[in-house]
Design a binder for this molecule. Structure first.
Ligand SMILES: Nc1ncnc2c1ncn2[C@@H]1O[C@H](COP(=O)(O)OP(=O)(O)OP(=O)(O)O)[C@@H](O)[C@H]1O
Ligand SMILES: O=C(O)C1=C[C@@H](O)[C@@H](O)[C@H](O)C1
Ligand SMILES: [Mg+2]
Length: 207
């Protein structure tokens, strides 16, 4: 367990503005600077896009678990789901997380379902700080609703809505949560960067 976990864990009550995990003057400072920075959140919240830019800004190695699984299996995520089922995908994810968590200094964009496995959450949390990216479902559909590369987004909206709602309490256990709804990608990157620099960004995410 490292210093990050002295922070209050957030509790989800349907309102991301209730996240008050970050106190004035706190940030990702000191020795913690080499810990992994792990982005979690629902599909389309920006983990991959933000993570890649953040890593570049910090001069860190960037790992996108979905892309890494695609590279290792030589299949797209959709292909894995279609040909072998979600269970196979989750087991690839689990194996990868175990290995990643042994490293330091990465920026890691997880897949939308990676941290639903408590063992993945535990390993990633032990390896660094977990930052939750939040967006409401309407916004997520605007961003990625037209795409067909996320098998779990292809179902009825009602089913996706249930999935989204069920997952929020899990994502909301992140050390910090950033509401990305009315923010551009660069702004989200900058907010995480400020945290990293030890600034006093307020994670309650007022716009
Ligand atoms: N803050 C934002 N504002 C507007 N569009 C965004 C924002 N963040 C991400 N996007 C866009 O949403 C799309 C999905 O982003 P991205 O692939 O980074 O999501 P993700 O969280 O990695 O999703 P997944 O869990 O499926 O991997 C991209 O087209 C990206 O440009
Ligand atoms: O939310 C999810 O469960 C998923 C999100 C994507 O990142 C991929 O990992 C895959 O499509 C499953
Ligand atoms: Mg992604």
């Amino acid at each position: 367990m490292n210093n990050f976990f002295e922070h209050e864990i957030t509790s989800f009550n349907g309102d991301p503005s209730k996240n008050d995990a970050l106190e004035e003057g706190e940030g990702l400072s000191g020795a913690a600077h080499n810990d992994n920075i792990v982005l979690v959140g629902f599909m389309g919240t920006g983990k991959s896009t933000v993570g890649r830019r953040l890593a570049k800004l910090l001069g860190r190695e960037f790992i996108d678990t979905d892309l890494e699984i695609e590279r290792l299996t030589e299949m797209t995520v959709s292909e894995i789901f279609r040909r072998h089922g979600e269970t196979r995908f989750r087991s690839e994810e689990r194996l990868l997380v175990k290995r990643l968590a042994e490293h330091k200094g990465y920026v890691i964009a997880t897949g939308g379902g990676t941290v639903l496995n408590p063992e993945n959450w535990r390993d990633l949390a032990q390896s660094g700080v977990i930052i939750g990216l939040y967006a409401p479902l309407d916004e997520i559909y605007k961003r990625i609703g037209y795409r067909n590369d996320r098998p779990l987004l292809r179902g009825d909206r009602q089913v996706v809505e249930e999935l989204w709602a069920k997952r929020q309490p899990i994502y909301n256990q992140a050390n910090w949560t950033i509401d990305t709804t009315h923010k551009g990608i660069e702004q989200v990157v900058e907010e995480i960067f400020s945290l990293y620099e030890g600034g006093s960004m307020d994670a309650r995410t007022e716009d």
